[in-house]
Design a protein around this ligand. Structure first.
Ligand code: ADP
Ligand code: F6P
Length: 354
């Protein structure tokens, strides 16, 4: 039996399809272990204001196929202050919350680390469409987002084919090109422009011009929003000017963040949610639940945050001081593997997409 009587669960940062499935998994796994569950609404804002209600088995029924998050989400700057943190700790004590599962991205995990340091053990679940958490091969919501892009761009391709046009499509993902790259590969795009890779516009113009001469009617170019909000509209104009192919622009924006979660996201959210409860009730904390090579694993949050900075070339002085040579070597190998997988897909896209 667990020493915990009551735990809390919250969703924070940008919402993602599959978050409801994770809420269901955490709630049901905890209740099955005899632990009460409190739903914290509106992320860390709800933890500060006390927007908290008990969750019973039936409260999480019929949510698994819904996008968004039944607990709502918020970005809460106050939580980053010591005063906000003190209010959150007081709320936890008032409601008897002894541990928390926090679902979100790296900002949410930073908050979870602070809470753990203040005596409320936390476990993080990676919930974001961006797939920008390096420690996990996949985040909850990523697969659904890619499939939504696939569906939208297949539609654009239909009309491009009829009218012999090109369509530039801007896709969310913040500074991570994962959604853009994989969906571009899946829709047979001519190119993907992502922050991680250099891009030669001249080559694109030549490719479009050449393939138009050979009879190709539709062209799709996917651009990650991380290239800057003016980039994709500008590229649209340049393609038309340089190739003579009529080119339209579409910004998919938040449409990619909603909708019914895919099977893959539902399974991932279920497995991760269950693992989070098991870890918390076993007395573990400050961990993020990850999937690596199809296995659910637990990673220290600090390790995950520094690994992330290493992958994104954002390491600061002293960041690696607390890690052993073995751990640093493991981080480097992990980054190289992830980068290699991205480059492999990028090469395939450029070779196969005309
Ligand atoms: P995500 O979790 O998707 O990365 P945000 O970066 O907006 O989204 O973070 C979600 C919330 O987590 C923030 O609104 C804030 O309440 C909390 N948070 C973010 N960064 C920190 C930090 N450095 N320290 C404490 N809490 C943070
Ligand atoms: O992190 C998820 C995400 O949808 C990003 O892809 C995007 O850049 C950002 O959130 C948008 O945030 P907001 O919902 O605050 O406009």
């Amino acid at each position: 039996m667990s020493t915990f009587k009551k735990i809390g669960i919250l969703t924070s940062g940008g919402d993602a399809p599959g978050m409801n499935m994770a809420i269901r998994a955490v709630t049901r796994a905890a209740l099955a272990s005899g632990v009460e569950v409190m739903g914290v609404y509106r992320g860390y804002s709800g933890l500060i204001d006390g927007d908290i209600h008990p969750l019973a088995v039936r409260d999480v029924s019929n949510i698994l196929n819904r996008g968004g998050t039944m607990l709502y989400s918020d970005r809460c700057p106050e939580f980053k202050t010591e005063e906000g943190m003190q209010k959150a700790i007081e709320t936890c004590r008032k409601f008897g919350i002894e541990g928390l599962v926090t679902i979100g991205g790296d900002g949410t995990f930073r908050g979870a680390t602070d809470l753990t340091a203040h005596g409320i053990p936390c476990i993080g679940l990676p919930g974001t469409i961006d797939n920008d958490i390096t420690s996990t091969d996949e985040t909850i919501g990523f697969d659904t987002a890619m499939n939504t892009v696939l569906d939208m761009v297949d539609r654009l391709r239909d009309t491009c084919e009829s009218h012999a046009r090109c369509n530039v499509v801007e896709v969310m993902g913040r500074n991570a090109g994962d959604i853009s790259l994989q969906s571009a590969l899946a829709v047979g795009a001519t190119a993907a422009v992502i922050p991680e890779m250099p891009f030669d516009e001249e080559e694109l113009f030549v490719k479009i011009h050449h393939n138009r001469e050979l009879g190709k009617r539709n062209f799709i170019v996917v651009v990650c929003e991380g290239m800057g909000s003016d980039y994709a509209p500008g590229l649209t104009q340049r393609i038309e000017e340089r190739t003579g192919v009529v080119t339209k622009f579409a910004r998919l924006a938040h449409v990619v963040r909603g909708g019914r979660p895919t099977l893959r996201d539902r399974v991932l959210a279920s497995m991760m949610g269950e693992a989070a409860v098991d870890a918390l009730l076993a007395g573990k904390s400050n961990l993020v639940v990850c999937v690596r090579h199809s296995e659910i694993v637990l990673t220290d949050i600090k390790y995950a945050l520094i690994l992330d900075r290493m992958y994104k070339n954002k390491l600061r002085d002293g960041d690696l001081d607390d890690f052993s040579a073995d751990e640093i070597a493991r981080m480097k190998a992990h980054c190289a593997e992830r980068r290699g997988a991205l480059e492999q897909k990028y090469r395939a896209l450029n070779r196969l997409g005309l």
